[in-house]
Each structure stands twice: as structure tokens, then as C-alpha cells.
Design a protein. Structure first.
Length: 215
């Protein structure tokens, strides 16, 4: 008799598992119920707190004008030229504020910083939701050393589930081909657990939070 191979052993275990009915011992569990405690602080405060804890920089702005003035100052002080931006609306605002930028694909790898919009801000984790549906595309938040995000208070939601619901509504049920949560600056650790910033993406993340809900 031939010795049973590892592959056959695994397939046999799978077949036996499929033939054996397992009763659900947790019929009263509500999978729709939130598993985390509700946020105790206001969601804007919680977002700022979580983002800062992850090394991100939260910059509150009362208006579009203040955001552009602050952006111009940061680019100068932190030496973030050249700035890359492909969003037509943001390009128009940068030009009006006399903030230099580049936008041609051939110059992309020369850029030091990038400016983009975002889909949502997620307060629970201090995350920025990006997608392929944005004019910035897939890579503007991954290549440059510094990622600058323009966001609004009206884009802030408490949980990931709220952002997904919002995305389904925004895109009429057909989600973009790529969605990703940017949670702080890029970080990784080697085998000795030495933290390295910027190894797989931007080493710094700025979120310009414009309060468009102010009365």
C-alpha cells in the first residue's frame, strides 16, 4: 500500500470537515453590533489625538485661505520643494496662492512632497481614507517623502464602517478599484525591532483640517 502523501492527507481532512456539520454555539452573537466602545471625546479631537500619536501632524484651519497660507509657510520652512499635485482643483488653488508645484508624470520621482485630497477621515484610528477614485490616483500617497492632505470636517466619520457606507453612497454602490487607509507616517521595524520611518512610504504625514462646519 502506497504511503499517503501530505497533500492527500490535507485533502482528506478538508473532505471530512465539509461532511461534518458543526453547530453554531454562538447564535445570539450580533455581528452587526459595534465591538468597540463609543468614542468618549468629540470625533475631531479623537482624530487629532490618534493622528499625533502615530507621528502625523494635525493642522487645524478655519478657512481655505488659512490652509494655503500655512501650507506655503510649511513648504518653505521644511524645504518641501518640489511639491507634486495632479488634482485640478488643488492646482488652481496653489496657483492662486502662488505656491509652486509640478504635475508632469516624468517629474514624479523627483518630488519631495505631494498634496492630495482624501475620501474620508476616520476618527477611531486617526486614519486618512484614500482611493483610486481620487484625481491623485494610487501612488501620490506612497512615493514622496512627505504627504500633505487637504481635508474637511465634513469628511470626518467615527468608524471605518461609516466611511465604507459613505463610499458606497458616493460611488453609487460601485467602489473604486483601490481603497487604502493611511494611518500615520510609514513605519516598519527590522529583526531587532528598530523602528524605521519612511521605509515603505512617506516619512511624514500632514493633515490640513479645514472646519467647513463652522457657522
Amino acid at each position: 500500500m502506497e504511503e499517503i502523501t501530505s497533500k492527500e492527507r490535507i485533502l482528506k481532512a478538508i473532505r471530512n470537515g465539509l461532511m461534518t456539520e458543526v453547530k453554531n454555539s454562538y447564535t445570539e452573537v450580533n455581528a452587526e453590533k459595534a465591538v468597540m466602545k463609543p468614542l468618549e471625546e468629540s470625533i475631531d479631537f479623537h482624530f487629532a489625538q490618534e493622528l499625533s500619536a502615530l507621528g502625523g501632524k494635525f493642522i487645524f484651519c478655519e478657512s481655505e485661505e488659512q490652509m494655503l497660507q500655512t501650507l506655503k509657510l510649511i513648504i518653505k520652512e521644511e524645504d518641501l520643494d518640489p511639491l507634486f499635485c495632479v488634482n485640478p482643483e488643488l492646482q488652481h488653488q496653489l496657483s492662486a496662492a502662488q505656491i509652486p508645484f509640478i504635475f508632469e508624470e516624468k517629474d514624479f520621482k523627483k518630488t519631495k512632497s505631494s498634496l492630495s485630497a482624501c475620501e474620508f477621515l476616520i476618527a477611531r484610528f486617526g486614519s486618512v481614507l484614500m482611493s483610486a477614485g481620487l484625481p491623485s490616483g494610487r501612488k501620490i500617497h506612497a512615493w514622496p517623502e512627505v504627504h500633505l492632505v487637504k481635508a474637511y470636517a465634513s469628511q470626518l466619520v467615527p468608524e471605518i464602517s461609516d466611511a465604507i457606507i459613505g463610499m458606497r453612497e458616493r460611488y453609487n454602490g460601485v467602489l473604486p478599484s483601490m481603497m487604502t487607509m493611511v494611518t500615520g507616517a510609514s513605519r516598519t521595524a527590522d529583526i531587532e525591532k528598530t523602528l524605521v520611518m519612511g521605509a515603505h512610504g512617506p516619512r511624514e504625514l500632514y493633515v490640513f483640517f479645514i472646519d467647513d462646519l463652522l457657522e
